[in-house]
Design a protein around this ligand. Structure first.
Ligand SMILES: Cc1cc2nc3c(=O)[nH]c(=O)nc-3n(C[C@H](O)[C@H](O)[C@H](O)COP(=O)(O)O)c2cc1C
Length: 151
């Protein structure tokens, strides 16, 4: 059984809605256990038990939202020392931009034992049906990739 971890941070609920849509779609894939955790509640043990990671957060002041940054800061050494390299996906909620958060995430994650599995997705403005569809697509594609051994 492969395992996908979805970690999210959300202030207004927008990123939480995307994370939930991603989770529901991923959970529909057989042979993959999917866990959805708030960034504040997730730690190194959760990441080390997973075969893949989807990060879901917002752009705040041109940067990655603090909860996601905190999760990455806390897990950096334990995951690095494990010698494992995990595939990751990135799902961002933003008011009207999101590129600053995406670039910061790419920069930070390029120094982690994590490798991009899917193109990052930015959802701008209020969460729409299309945004939920995109989030679900990421969840299903990621879980299917894990199930098939592609990631
Ligand atoms: C303090 C703060 C800073 C923000 N800065 C940006 C920004 O730089 N660029 C942007 O596109 N949206 C920005 N936003 C809007 C959020 O990214 C957007 O509302 C997002 O949907 C919030 O998701 P969340 O509430 O689930 O964390 C900001 C919101 C807050 C509260």
């Amino acid at each position: 059984m492969r395992s996908l971890l979805i970690v999210y941070h959300s202030q207004s609920g927008a990123s939480a809605q995307l994370a939930q849509a991603c989770f529901s779609a991923a959970a529909s894939v057989a042979e993959v256990e999917v866990r959805l955790l708030r960034a504040w509640d997730a730690g190194s043990a959760d990441l080390l038990a997973a075969d893949g990671l989807v990060l879901v957060g917002a752009e705040n002041s041109g940067s990655l939202s603090g909860g996601i940054k905190d999760f990455l800061d806390r897990t950096f050494y334990p995951v690095g020392e494990s010698g494992r390299v995990l595939p990751y996906g990135l799902l961002l909620s933003a008011g009207n931009d999101g590129r600053g958060a995406r670039e910061q995430a790419r920069r930070i994650l390029s120094g982690y034992p994590l490798t991009p599995a899917l193109e990052p997705v930015i959802c701008r403005g209020e969460v729409t049906t299309e945004h939920r569809r995109q989030a679900a697509e990421m969840g299903e594609a990621f879980a299917t990739g894990l199930e098939m051994g592609i990631f």
